[in-house]
Design a protein around this ligand. Structure first.
Ligand SMILES: [Zn+2]
Length: 362
């Protein structure tokens, strides 16, 4: 028998608090984490008002030395500014109070500073609130970077409920897209002998299934929808921690989404300018098509997205049909080393058109 040489590292959040008014527990949470007195809150203009100020007040009352650093966008520059500030002020613990961008900037700067961080989401637009990966914007789209899982997550459903419903629906679509991501991973395991974790795959699918099963309950102005969505996102994040990579939550549907980002904004449809589609919305539409390619039940994905109120067509997404087809054709260029149903060379234009039409996306 061959000698056993396998070794693996997994990093998980230590404590997760989700629910109504959980913000009030922030000081006790920091006490239990016990990393020191100097806390840095990272927020943006909006999330400062929404939760940052309140958290700062609670922590100051509990004798923490609280500083706040405001950021404006998820860029390398902003990450560097936070790192510099963290160094100068001898920070012990960081709190990312905000949406995906704020949390991603905090995650990356905490990683560089080797400081623990708490994820305090004020919206739930994608699964990054609990994952070890972060994405940053640059001139040609976005790039995904390795960071570390939050040491703790504190998700106040009362606050997240106040965010636009569109964000929550997009976050749900991001988690539902785990279905195609896991199919891609299984394929890569079979075809390329890629390392595969069945535990991670089961967790990622469970998170998606939770939202598919509860699609009827996920609706605007219901705090319970936030509860379900955040729970699923946390399970999705744990799946990534178990895998040690984003495989369980990011496959061909994410490549399609990243290619749409890469192809650029300024999306025009019938002369009207639409709001830029969100990450999870694009991944949801991508998942419909990729599950079809896998021979899976794409109607189930589509119906769940519809029930939740996430886009299922190019029109709802606000992207032209031409761009959908182009993104399908070029999607595998995003991460050629990550094997998916798109294969090594991707779809032909005719196949892409047929796929988008058959699934009702265009
Ligand atoms: Zn995603």
């Amino acid at each position: 028998m061959e000698r056993f040489t396998k070794s693996k590292k997994m990093v998980f959040p230590r404590e997760i608090i989700v629910g109504h008014n959980s913000t009030s527990q922030i000081a006790e949470l920091c006490d239990r984490i016990g990393r020191g007195n100097s806390v840095l809150i990272v927020a943006d203009k909006k999330t400062k008002k929404l939760a940052g100020d309140e958290i700062s007040k609670i922590l100051s009352k509990a004798n923490y030395d609280v500083k706040m650093k405001m950021i404006s966008s998820p860029t390398v520059n902003e990450v560097n500014r936070v790192i510099k500030y963290g160094h100068k002020n001898n920070i012990n613990l960081m709190l990312g109070v905000g949406g995906g961008s704020v949390i991603d900037v905090t995650k990356l700067s905490a990683y560089e500073l080797s400081k623990p961080f708490i994820s305090v989401p004020t919206s739930a637009a994608h699964d990054g609130i609990a994952s070890p990966r972060a994405s940053l914007k640059h001139s040609k789209g976005s790039v995904s970077k390795t960071a570390v899982s939050p040491l703790a997550i504190l998700a106040d459903t009362k606050i997240i409920r106040k965010a636009p419903y569109r964000m929550l629906a997009s976050g749900c679509a991001d988690v539902i897209s785990n279905i195609s991501a896991v199919m891609d991973w299984e394929l890569a395991y079979r075809l390329k002998n890629e390392e595969f974790s069945s535990h991670s795959a089961v967790l990622a699918k469970t998170a998606a299934q939770l939202l598919i099963d509860h699609a009827d309950d996920i609706k605007p102005d219901a705090e319970e929808s936030v509860w379900l969505a955040v729970k699923a996102m946390i399970v999705s994040g744990v799946a990534m921690s178990v895998a040690g990579n984003t495989r369980p939550a990011s496959g061909s549907e994410h490549m399609f989404s990243h290619m749409l980002d890469h192809l650029g904004p300024g999306i025009m449809l019938k002369g009207k300018r639409h709001k830029r589609p969100m990450h999870g919305e694009q991944c949801g539409v991508g998942a419909i098509m990729m599950v079809y390619l896998h021979g899976g039940d794409y109607e189930k994905i589509k119906n769940s997205l519809k029930k939740i109120g996430a886009p299922t067509t190019s029109e709802e997404l606000g992207v032209s049909k031409k761009k959908i087809v182009e993104a399908l054709v070029r999607a595998q260029e995003i991460r050629p080393e990550r094997y998916t149903i798109l294969g090594e060379t991707g779809l032909t234009e005719d196949a892409a058109k047929k796929l988008a039409k058959t699934t009702g996306v265009i």
